[in-house]
Design a protein around this ligand. Structure first.
Ligand code: 0A1
Ligand code: ZN
Length: 860
């Protein structure tokens, strides 16, 4: 794997249109776990009308034969390399037939054709189709697919592929032969095949124009009851896309298959979505409110891809944000319309401020349209997805709802059925609105987090308020020089008890804005987080508290409290370093006291305001992260709030009587606030009874898990006992048991290292299943900073060993798990040395491209 040829990065600037294309594909699979026989027939056409050399992509394939226009070719008339099938002398138009043998059982990378608990399934994005057959495996080659599947009818009653089922025949030998035809030309990454024995939940949806669509959810036997919520979510998503964008579904059937073995969340294959089962299956006793929320949002996301991704797809993989940024924006708007817009926005802001800002500051920094890629799977990132969505949101902000819709309409009118670029998208927005977006396009080219510094001045005589704004983006690992960007800055001026809204457009490195106001206002800057930047403005504590009470925008109110906490963190660390005790200021306690005495109407928003920011959020403010100080300070703050307001937490908790479980906005909100109270109460003595009561008597997973989490975070003595009970209860339900795995791995005490060993020896643990590995080790590094960064470097060593082990099983998962080790430059001297050393050891091994790209970059 380490020879140079496989380490060639591809560049956006090297893009060339394909010399040959494939217009029609006919695939016939005879399924067998270790020797699936595939016959692939392609209609190949040269773009120039001339004969030439056809080069197809392929990986780890056993090629049995090649025929051209019905003639079997001699092995010396073509060439097979580790990654290509080269056919010189290809006529301008020909039919190519390949026979290939596949071993799905041996496929632990979960790309291409593999087995998940005995069911066949595929994953082809980004470059997985080349593990099924030799092909022009690039998104700008669009072909009509016909798929035949032949398999034993008893063992695999469900034989599925893209498009519409056109025939199904029982063969004399007990096998069934089905044929699927997908009328929409598509790139190979959207191909899918599934074969298995499932329970099927059926529903239907009638589109606005009267098309009857069958909806089918294929789930493991016995799980049908847990698929209802996903089915209803799908119907809501279908209706929403019609109402919001005028977009209807286009096939007779929409299928969703839930599988246990999956590298990501879900996949939008045309007409046949494949989902990680954790994003389909839910009921009140096994899933939390957050699980329900995620299911609706991901079901929406994959459905919305049918237009933004499938009908209009990407020209090349550098354009990934064309479909992903846009589709995340669409799923965020959907979720906002299904629930609380403010809370959804707060969630998105948290993602940007933690993971995305961290990515910008680390060795893998890249623009939302990357310029260079070694392994495409490494670019399914929070930058491409979530910052990509922020970029779309800024367009929405600048053009307004109606202007944005005009742009979308023009985009579909121009590009339906095509593979296009991000520039094509921006052009449609520009042309539909008669507005020059040249400067805006820089967001696609430039990586990094802009810093926005703001100073204000009030001239009482002139009654003028001035804002001096400066933007600066520091160089990133991939790009030293940066230019000013177009920043939409939403602003409220709070004065005379009123809020005056503005939308500023900053286009220069430095700009001054003047406002006529009759008294000195308090500026609420970057309301709704209108641009993905780091804002610096010297607020006073009383100003922040006022914003938290009076701003119109909910995100700004929440953000004011976040900033207040950031100030406390800095002050507390300073105090700690001088050995002094730091007490939270009275004003802040008073704000909390009042909020608890009289929660806002929106209980979920109240819960957000009452929550001390998480470690990740606080850490991102530091160039060099003082990990243990932060962990200590955040713990100390919770302890102080718990003790000083103990009666208030108790009263508030008691006032929120639980009702019979429903996944419904007000109910979710009430549980959220109740959980926040419980979390604080776990820090004070005398809460055992209350914790135990809630654990034993609640009728839903949300409330039970809240108890376990509270005990974990406060290192409460009840933790061990309740966890043992939980394990026993859910031992046979791996999806639920993953919650137990995560809680165990995030226990913030040194005993966790023994625990990790026990967890990987657990009968339900499997290195082959990404959900299990992530449940344990993802939780360990994401939710246990204290132990992951333990002074002896043990946490780093443990993760490095796991990454190496995983690299030989599933490189994609390994390359995701390695992320926290890469940003060694952000930590203190001792940790830097330890991290660097584990990375160097890793680099000396024979790594997959996935892992090599990340580790080598981090050591540059
Ligand atoms: N397109 C999917 C995400 C996805 C990407 C890659 C995968 O395997 C390598 C799987 C899924 C989405 O955005 O939902
Ligand atoms: Zn997507």
């Amino acid at each position: 794997m380490s020879e140079l040829s496989s380490r060639q990065a591809k560049k956006l600037s090297d893009y060339k249109a394909p010399e040959f294309t494939i217009t029609d594909v006919e695939l016939s699979f005879e399924l067998s776990p270790e020797a699936t026989a595939l016959t692939a027939v392609y209609q190949v056409v040269s773009a120039s009308g001339k004969a030439g050399t056809l080069i197809l992509d392929g990986q780890e394939l056993k090629l049995l034969s090649v025929s051209l226009d019905g003639q079997l070719l001699n092995a010396d008339s073509y060439q097979v390399t580790a990654e290509q099938l080269i056919l010189p002398g290809m006529p301008a138009k020909a039919q190519l037939e390949l026979k290939i043998e596949l071993n799905p059982k041996a496929n632990t990378a979960l790309e291409g054709l593999y087995l998940s608990n005995g069911a066949y399934c595929t994953q082809c994005e980004a470059e997985g189709f080349r593990r099924i057959s030799y092909y022009l495996d690039r998104p700008d080659v669009l072909a009509r697919f016909t798929t035949h599947i032949i398999a034993d009818d008893n063992t695999y009653p469900a034989l599925l592929s893209n498009g519409n089922l056109v025939s199904s025949t029982l063969l004399p030998d007990g096998r069934r032969h089905v044929t699927w035809v997908d009328p929409f030309p598509k790139p190979s990454y959207l191909f899918a095949l599934v074969a298995g024995d499932f329970d099927c939940l059926k529903g239907s949806y009638t589109t606005g124009s009267g098309r009857e669509v069958a909806l089918e959810f294929y789930v493991d036997k016995g799980n049908k009851q847990r698929a209802h919520f996903a089915l209803e979510s799908l119907k809501r998503a279908m209706l929403w896309d019609e109402q919001s964008f005028g977009l209807e579904y286009d096939l007779d059937v929409y299928m969703v298959v839930a599988v246990d073995f999956f590298n990501m969340g879900a996949m939008e294959n045309k007409g046949l979505n494949v989902f990680n089962s954790k994003y389909v299956l839910a009921d009140q006793s096994s899933a939390t409110d957050t699980d329900f929320f995620n299911i609706e949002s991901i079901i929406g996301h994959e459905y919305f891809h049918n237009w933004t991704g499938n009908r209009v797809t990407c020209r090349d993989w550098f354009q990934l944000s064309l479909k992903e940024g846009l589709t995340v924006f669409r799923d965020q708007q959907f979720s906002a319309d299904m629930g609380s817009a403010t809370l959804n926005r707060i969630d998105a802001v948290k993602t940007i401020r933690t993971a995305q800002f961290a990515e910008d500051a680390g060795p893998m920094a890249h623009p939302i349209r990357p310029q260079q890629v070694l392994e495409m799977n490494n670019f399914y990132t929070v930058t491409v997805y979530d910052k990509g969505a922020e970029v779309i949101r800024m367009l929405h902000t600048l053009l307004g709802q109606a202007g944005f819709r005009k742009g979308m309409d023009l985009y579909f009118k121009r590009h339906d059925g095509q593979a296009v670029t991000c520039d094509d998208f921006v052009s449609a927005m520009q042309d539909a609105n008669g507005r020059d977006l040249t400067l805006f396009s820089r967001w696609y080219q430039q990586s990094g987090t802009p810093q926005l510094k703001v100073h204000s001045h009030y001239d009482a005589k002139k009654r003028e308020f001035k804002l001096l704004m400066q933007q600066h983006t520091a160089g990133t690992a991939d790009q030293a020089e940066k230019l000013p960007l177009l920043l939409p800055v939403r602003l409220e001026l709070l004065a005379e008890g009123k809020s005056y809204p503005y939308l500023l457009e900053m286009t220069e490195a430095e700009q001054e804005f003047t406002f006529a106001v009759s008294q000195k206002p308090i500026p609420v800057l970057l309301a709704d987080f209108s641009a993905p930047v780091k804002l610096h403005y010297q607020y006073q504590m009383d100003e922040l508290l006022l914003i938290a009470r009076d701003a119109k925008d909910g995100v700004a109110r929440w953000d004011a409290i976040q900033q207040l906490w950031q100030m406390q963190v800095i002050a507390a660390i300073d105090a700690k370093n001088t050995g002094a005790e730091y007490l939270l200021p009275g004003e802040l306690l008073e704000f909390y006291r009042q909020l608890l005495a009289k929660p806002l109407e929106d209980l979920a928003f109240t819960a957000e305001l009452l929550t001390v920011p998480g470690y990740d959020m606080v850490a991102e403010q530091f160039d060099e992260i003082p990990v243990q100080d932060l962990v200590w300070v955040l713990q100390n703050f919770q302890q102080q709030l718990a003790t000083k307001l103990v009666e208030q937490w108790r009263l508030c908790y008691k006032s929120l009587h639980p009702a019979a479980y429903q996944y419904q906005e007000q109910h979710v909100a009430k549980r959220a606030l109740r959980s926040v109270c419980l979390q604080y109460l776990a820090f004070v003595v005398g809460s055992d009874e209350l914790l135990r009561q809630q654990y034993q008597h609640s009728d839903n997973m949300t409330d039970q898990l809240a108890v376990l989490r509270s005990c974990r975070t406060a290192s409460h003595p009840l933790f061990a006992e309740l966890m043992a009970d939980f394990e026993q209860r859910w031992n046979n339900d791996v999806l639920v048991l993953d919650k137990w795995f995560s809680l165990s791995a995030s226990y913030p005490q040194s005993s966790v290292f023994d625990t990790l060993e026990q967890l990987t020896a657990h009968p339900q643990f499997s290195w082959q299943n990404p959900n299990r590995v992530r449940a344990v080790f993802g939780a360990f590094y994401q939710q246990n900073p204290q132990m992951f960064h333990s002074a002896d470097g043990k946490g780093y060593q443990v993760l490095a060993d796991v990454v190496l082990k995983m690299d030989s099983i599933n490189p994609q998962v390994a390359a995701r798990l390695v992320t926290p080790l890469l940003s060694w430059k952000r930590y203190q001297a001792q940790s830097q040395l330890q991290l660097k050393s584990v990375l160097q050891t890793m680099l000396a091994k024979d790594l997959s491209d996935d892992l090599y790209e990340k580790v080598s970059k981090s050591l540059n």
